[in-house]
Write a protein that binds this ligand. Structure first.
Ligand code: PMV
Length: 308
């Protein structure tokens, strides 16, 4: 039996919009930058299976703190990726696959990044073990995982990761040990998946210069973080997630993730910064949840932030 786990990640510079002219899957149009969410993990366990094809063992009642209740669509994505990896390594035996998360899906933390990173690690470990081949580098695993879920390629590097159209890698930033938190706004399943969002944003008139804007912000963010200019990093991250959501709001047809409750928290964060001249970096993904990142020396300050 082979087991591995992988963490989720949150992007401060977003991957939104794929390169449709490239023959490889999930190649981004712009650089993205993420921070790892070390508390949010996906786990995968695989063993050899005698059946005619791979088997995904779903378990909806694992425990009260572990979640493994995947939809048919999610299961077929797992099986498709397992098949891709087997073909890639020219491996013909079948696997029985189990997976679970220590966080529920639909709360604003994309489980696909951690799930596919964990699946890639585990299946590859099993195959290379059985074939007596060396275990590939994280860079190589990241490229394989990207094929299943673009953002999963960033989950191989900690704590900061940078993903350019060529590859994902560790980003060397002196500010580490951030305190990350998620404000859950709405637990209902989102109507537009990130795969649909990647396509729809291309219909927005704002999309034309989107890669340039994101790439420029990536440079600005690295500069701000390397120079410990936290306030500049906060402003860049704010502009960036608002830019992505503006694409959503101006697509044909438009779609929205920001709810009245999200707006309220956003303005509370803004007020907190004004009052304290300091505060968290804030971002939102393709969902209503709000992600906050605090520096480790802000542990006192963060107790003053009590969103309503
Ligand atoms: O990896 P995907 O196809 O689920 O896309 C993720 C897109 C965002 O989460 C909205 C942004 C990002 O960079 O993670």
């Amino acid at each position: 039996m082979w087991k591995a786990n992988a963490p989720a990640n949150i992007a401060l510079i977003k991957y939104m919009g794929k390169n449709e002219t490239c023959n490889k899957k999930n190649i981004p149009l712009n650089t993205s930058i993420s921070y790892i969410l070390p508390k949010y993990l996906s786990f995968v366990e695989v063993s050899l299976y005698e059946g005619d094809s791979d088997l995904f063992v779903n378990n909806s009642q694992l425990s009260t703190t572990l979640y493994s209740n995947f939809s048919n669509n999610e299961i077929s994505r797992f099986l498709q990726h397992a098949q891709f990896l087997k073909e890639h390594f020219e491996f013909e035996k079948n696997f029985s696959i189990k997976s679970w998360n220590n966080f529920p899906t639909g709360i604003g933390i994309a489980s696909s990044a951690s799930s596919f990173a964990a699946l890639t690690k585990t299946i590859v470990a099993a195959i290379v073990d059985l074939k007596n081949e060396p275990y590939p580098s994280n860079e190589y695993l990241s490229q394989l995982s990207r094929v299943a879920s673009g953002s999963s390629c960033r989950s191989f590097f900690q704590p900061w990761s940078i993903w350019t159209p060529d590859k994902a890698e560790k980003l060397d930033i002196p500010i580490k040990d951030l305190i990350t938190s998620v404000i859950i706004i709405d637990k209902t399943q989102k109507k537009i998946s990130s795969s649909q969002a990647h396509k729809l944003v291309r219909t927005s008139l704002l999309f034309e210069n989107r890669p340039q804007r994101a790439n420029f912000r990536a440079i600005q963010l690295i500069d701000a973080l390397k120079n410990s200019n936290w306030q500049a990093a906060y402003k860049i991250a704010w502009q960036e997630f608002m830019d992505m959501h503006a694409l959503f709001h101006t697509s044909d047809s438009p779609f929205f993730y920001i709810t009245p409750k999200s707006w309220q928290i956003l303005s509370e964060v803004q007020k907190f910064w004004e009052d304290n001249n300091d505060g968290p970096i804030i971002t939102m993904d393709a969902g209503p949840a709000i992600h906050l990142l605090w520096r480790s020396d802000q542990s006192q300050l963060l107790t003053k932030f009590n969103p309503t």
